[in-house]
Ligand binder design. Structure first.
Ligand SMILES: [Zn+2]
Ligand SMILES: [Zn+2]
Ligand SMILES: [Zn+2]
Length: 274
């Protein structure tokens, strides 16, 4: 196992005061769709020996009231779960159906086996439709010799409750697509945004901890660049904003040093409480 930045001890272990009503957010992966290092690239960041510059594909774990909720199933899900000691997942919230967010779907089998139950998976109707089409073997009624995940797809069309917590879906622009961010209490998670509708800014009022994507220095047609992410973070005004879904263009330490107070790059394994 590679060293973990920040001395993170795994989900469920407290590095600061977790009150009974607190929510813990663990960044399982913070990389763009290629991950960092990018295959075949020899740039300074991809060759860096700093663990902060190694990023698996973006996904996260929310923990509250003894429950674990996964946000997206990255193609690195299995290694992320092993590395962070994730042994239980009670639900999955999908932001959208791009390969870097659903590629680990088959690995959810392990949680079905351990927990002996189907796993509820939430997403907007078009996201679930794409998942159904792309992973048709999972949802086929034909008998299978091997194991396949048992997933219960649940359409999200407005706020819904999970174990007593209100989960608020947020509309997020990802190029021309509308995808989903999520707010739970004072915490919000937005990835793959290239813009936010006004309603979403309103829905984010008063949020204290925000995860927001920044792919590289320059803007991209589907993603915020660093400057747009900082502008957006400032407008939302969370106490702490953590940047995610980063490419190899962003070196951890030097990029962090140039960011305004309250905004910093997340890294794989970082865990925060709100
Ligand atoms: Zn992505
Ligand atoms: Zn590189
Ligand atoms: Zn995407």
């Amino acid at each position: 196992m590679r060293p973990t930045p920040g001395g993170y001890n795994g989900p469920g272990t407290s590095d600061r005061a977790d009150g009974p009503s607190s929510i813990r957010l663990t960044f399982l992966g913070t990389g763009g769709s290629f991950g960092v290092p990018m295959l075949g690239c020899h740039c300074a960041v991809c060759r860096s020996s700093s663990p902060y510059n190694r990023r698996t594909r973006t996904s996260a774990l929310l923990e509250f009231d003894g429950r674990s909720v996964l946000i997206d199933a990255s193609p690195d899900l299995r290694s992320q779960a092993l590395e962070r000691g994730v042994e239980r997942v009670d639900a999955v919230l999908f932001t959208h159906d791009h390969a870097d967010h659903v590629g680990g779907l088959d690995d959810l089998r392990a949680f079905n086996l351990r927990q002996r139950q189907a796993l509820p998976c939430y997403g907007r109707p078009d996201t679930l439709e794409a998942i159904r089409a792309r992973f048709s073997y999972i949802f086929s009624s034909a008998p299978a010799l091997g194991s396949r995940p048992r997933l219960e797809l649940r359409e999200v069309s407005g706020p819904f409750e999970l174990w007593g917590r209100m989960i608020q879906p947020l509309d997020v622009l990802h190029g021309h697509h509308l995808i989903t961010g999520y707010r739970v209490g004072d915490l919000a998670y937005v990835t793959d945004a290239s813009g936010l509708p006004e309603d979403t800014y309103r829905a984010l009022e008063g949020v204290r901890v925000l995860a927001l994507n920044a792919l590289r220095q320059e803007p991209h047609v589907l993603h915020f660049g660093l400057e747009q992410a900082v502008e957006t973070a400032r407008r939302i005004g969370a106490e702490r904003t953590y940047l995610i879904h980063m490419g190899h263009e962003l070196e951890h330490e030097s990029t962090n040093a140039a960011l305004p107070p309250g905004i910093e790059l997340a890294y794989d394994g970082l865990s925060v409480c709100v």
